[in-house]
Design a protein around this ligand. Structure first.
Ligand SMILES: [Zn+2]
Length: 124
């Protein structure tokens, strides 16, 4: 993902983080590949990460301050943790999908092998 594209997605990402419960967050509004690209760019581009952090701090901070003005928050840590959780969830889902595809492929091969074996046994 390019910096320009990342910058455009910052408000969408942060508002998405704000407005949804953790359950709804799983059904993300940002397509998975884009979200993974976003998280990846955030960890590899310091300028964009800093911009994201400022935006995150402003909006999430405002939201949290409304509920508890006296508390102090580690926004940088919170953001890093969120990005890490999102990345882990996406990678786990991709791995699960690949495993399912492999299992289906293995199942098909087994059926074909069984059919060939039955055919051979039937012939001889
Ligand atoms: Zn960048």
């Amino acid at each position: 993902m390019e910096c320009r594209e990342f910058q455009k997605k910052i408000p969408v990402f942060v508002e998405h983080e704000l407005n949804r419960s953790s359950e709804e967050r799983m059904k993300t509004v940002i397509p998975r590949d884009e979200l993974l690209g976003f998280v990846d760019h955030a960890s590899n581009c310091k300028t964009c990460h800093d911009d994201l952090e400022i935006y995150y701090m402003a909006l999430v901070g405002y939201d949290l301050a409304k509920s508890d003005a006296s508390a102090s928050f580690d926004f940088s840590g919170m953001l890093k943790k969120r990005l890490s959780v999102i990345e882990d969830n996406i990678k786990k889902r991709i791995l699960l999908e690949k495993s399912l595809v492999f299992c289906m492929w293995l199942g098909r091969i087994s059926v074909y092998l069984l059919l060939i074996l039955c055919f051979i046994v039937f012939l001889f």
